[in-house]
Design a protein around this ligand. Sequence first.
Ligand code: AMP
Length: 405
Amino acid sequence: MGATVGIDLGTTNCAVARIDEFGKPEIVRNSLNEPTTPSVICFHDGEVAVGQNAQELQATGAGEVAAFFKRSLGDPNFLFFGGGVDHSPTDLSSILLSHLKREAEATLGTTITDAVITVPAYFRNPEREATLEAGRRAGLNVLQIINEPTAAAIAYGGRQTSNRTQRIIVYDLGGGTFDVTLMEQGPEGIKVLASDGDHELGGKDWDDRLVDFLSTAFEREFGECPMDDPISAFDFGVKAEDAKKHLTSVGEARVTVLHGGNRGRYSITRQDFEEMSRDLMERTIMLTDRVIDGQGISPEQVDGVLLVGGSTRMPMVRNYITSRFGKPPMGGVDVDQAVAFGASMMAAEKTLSLQPRRTGLAGPLRVTDVTTHSLGMIAVNQDMSAYTNSIILAKNNPIPSSETR
Ligand code: AMP
């Protein structure tokens, strides 16, 4: 039998992890020795580049570049034209997964046969089926599709020594999606109580605010809009993201942008950046409050907040969590690695169940998830004049559950 891995198939970045010979999860680095691989594909000159290579081609304006396609998984109307053919989001995800598998196999020096793949908690059935299909087409035996926040909690739980049941929030802000989950974690396992999210909200939206700021300043100075030129627009995007990351550690960032032979130099403070993205932050706050309120609990009754996703490095996120919950976020798990770690622990749990336990977990792994959408039927009223949505299983019902009506 080949190796078993956990795959965090992210909107912007992916990570692969496995359980090492000491029972600890570890990231399987790609051929560039990077722990994560950008979820970007570039069709260029009859070749298909994936990850960092695709991003480099994108910077030169070469080829057809597919990114953020996870947002369209399960959508039958989305097609990406690249290399002379149409690709569905499932096709693109399978190209990405094949690449991750190949690179991880080269690093480990062994074939990878089985995987647990993660998806956002709010994915409905079509998106989950599409992920499963993409995994199969990549030659993987997909042991299970698990929710990203659940995987993160597993990674955290594997390091927990306390026997007490804790109520935790997983606040996951990645590059393209936001996910918030309330769960109970204790000796009995992990029980998801409620989940919510917005798959059109992520670090990219914060970048776009900085792109607006830079392009407006540039246009004011030189009378030319750089956004009309795709190469300049891409370059402004890269500079904006760099400035954003810079503002995580310093109070002020200086940015130099080029377009049409002109060079603009601008400076932006962390305070300005927080001001221009306040409404984005508030959307995450509203969704977090909705999850807590929906369970009838107050922020004080939450034992800890686990941060997941690269965008949670922004100081505004940490500050919000600390002020809202009266304590800083929980530490101990890397925000980029937690999901892949949890997936690898789940994968090992599934394949090693007949062997001595070497999953990195303190005890058996029991996970209870919830439905993240209401499920029901469209019904027609008695005089046949109107349709109503008849909910049979409400949102946040434990899985499995059944109801007959
Ligand atoms: P993920 O989807 O979890 O890989 O997160 C990717 C997002 O995290 C991108 O939008 C990145 O720009 C963002 N990110 C990564 N590092 C930082 C940082 N140091 N400060 C702010 N955002 C970051």
